[in-house]
Design a protein. Structure first.
Length: 493
């Protein structure tokens, strides 16, 4: 069985491919790569001095995640790598920040993020606290293949703890202190906000609510008990999975509703009216907030499936803007090269200037609380105000996901690029790009994107337009285009 890292790690179905044996194989490859990197590839410390390599290991609330994390730690310890192992389930961004705080050589997060409960996975993190590069992930894959049937090294957990090779730790205090440098807790406290929080049974449970309470908010948290099966839900913070949060917001008791995904690196929000505010709107509002209230500058980085509102705001404020393929690692590349004011994905992974290059649902939730507290307006009112500006305008968005049988992404892209229609949704096509899937950009700034998911057997079809009716029309046409090409691929075998 091939173990392949997608847009953000390796994910597979528990007990089928995601087994303890395979997890240990991945851990052994990570250990070998870490040792090679630290030694400069020649078995000697790269800086000429002794360096004891260390990695941080964290885990989410999924079935057996804590045990998989211990298995990884045992393999790393057996290879001479010191392991900082989180003492309980914790969010991915908290684990990632611990890498920087501990000055570790990288990290491993056991999580399948927003994927359905039957999945688990491994995210590989670099020393800077963000996702490892595709090249690093490919090197891990290469080492897994090269190892063949060789058994990974393993040191029993108790012995590793006794020898100081594994140390349990609490990643929250350092992360908490860091967030206080990025968020105005006093401004939030002055507004006396009431906030509803839905961690969707994921690793954000208890933590976001705790941070908001520390900021002076009245908080009600739902779906926060330990439930490794997520009570059967798909832990992705999009409208169709957030009905309990939407219902509680409709009571009128709360000024802000916040939701995080399975490992809390994504954010979703709900207005007091019960209206879902997607990451497109969140990012647009935060650009405005960071520039206008904070006086911050920097580039704006967005993935190919993210709103054109960011382009309009970047133009308004004279900010550079970049569009990348889906996957936060592409945003990370920019954050490592230059000051990035905000970088984010349509899926809700967002980071800002001064933070590690990692999507962070907790930080974004706090910033939204700061925004609502300082403006004394609801998110929907703020978004309507923003869209009323002539230089921004109204934007509507939707996405549909269709389960598919595996096929080569390049073949689908080639077929779509060879059969580009003259218009979509009643508007002419201005240009087409194939940087990640196929994106059709229309003359009125609307767009349609067709791309296979990099983490699950799903075809995603996205659309943004000036009205809900045009969005629906684009999605229908996108589905027709995709089905036609998939049928061609199927007939070709």
């Amino acid at each position: 069985m091939a173990i392949n890292f997608g847009t953000d790690g390796w994910r597979a179905v528990i007990s089928e491919e995601f087994t303890f044996d395979n997890v240990r194989k991945v851990a052994q490859a990570i250990a070998e790569k870490t040792l090679a990197d630290v030694s400069g590839g020649n078995g000697k410390p790269a800086n000429g001095a002794a360096h004891r390599p260390s990695l941080v290991v964290g885990f989410d609330t999924r079935f057996l995640s804590d045990r998989y994390a211990m298995a990884v730690a045992e393999v790393l310890a057996a290879n001479g790598i010191h392991v900082w192992l989180a003492h309980s389930d914790s969010p991915t961004p908290m684990t990632s920040y611990a890498i920087v705080d501990k000055q570790a050589d990288g990290g491993v997060m056991i999580t399948a993020s927003h994927n359905p409960p039957r999945y688990n996975g491994i995210k590989l993190k670099a020393a800077f606290g963000g996702s490892a590069s595709p090249a690093d992930c490919k090197e891990v894959e290469r080492r897994i293949v090269a190892a063949g049937d060789a058994r990974p090294q393993r040191m029993e957990y108790e012995a590793a703890v006794a020898q100081g090779m594994i140390a349990r730790f609490d990643p929250f205090p350092a992360y908490d202190a860091h967030l206080r440098r990025l968020v105005d807790f006093d401004a939030i406290a002055a507004a006396n906000l009431s906030v509803a929080v839905d961690p969707m049974y994921g690793a954000g449970r208890l933590y976001l609510a705790r941070l908001l309470r520390e900021a002076g908010c009245k908080v009600q948290e739902i779906r926060n008990e330990m439930n490794p099966g997520f009570n059967g839900i798909h832990p992705e913070p999009i409208a169709r999975h957030l009905e309990p949060l939407i219902e509680i917001m409709r009571t009128g008791e709360f000024q802000l509703g916040l939701a995080t995904d399975g490992d809390a690196d994504r954010i979703g929000a709900v207005d007091p009216s019960g209206r879902f505010v997607d990451p497109h709107g969140i990012m647009a509002l935060l650009v405005e907030h960071l520039v206008q209230r904070r006086g911050l500058r920097g580039s704006v980085v967005k993935t190919v499936s993210t709103t054109q509102m960011l382009n309009r705001l970047a133009e308004r404020y004279g900010l550079a803007i970049y569009e990348t393929p889906v996957g936060f690692n592409h945003i990370t590349d920019h954050m490592l090269r230059e000051p990035v004011l905000i970088g984010g994905e349509e899926s809700g992974g967002i980071s800002i200037l001064g933070h590690i290059p990692e999507g962070d649902g907790l930080l974004m939730g706090l910033l939204l609380a700061e925004l609502v507290a300082t403006r004394r307006m609801s998110l929907v009112a703020l978004l309507e105000e923003l869209m009323a500006a002539p230089d921004v305008g109204s934007f509507c968005y939707a996405r549909i996901d269709r389960p598919v049988k595996p096929f080569k992404k390049s073949h689908l892209v080639a077929g779509l690029m060879a059969n580009v229609p003259a218009q979509l949704g009643g508007a002419p096509i201005a240009r087409v790009s194939d940087g990640d899937g196929v994106k059709y950009i229309l003359t009125d700034n609307s767009w349609l994107l067709i791309r296979p998911s990099g983490t699950e057997p799903v075809l995603r079809i996205y659309a943004e337009a000036r009205s809900d009716e045009q969005v629906k029309a684009l999605l229908v046409e996108g589905g027709t285009l995709a089905e036609a090409q998939i049928a061609v691929l199927a007939s070709a075998g």
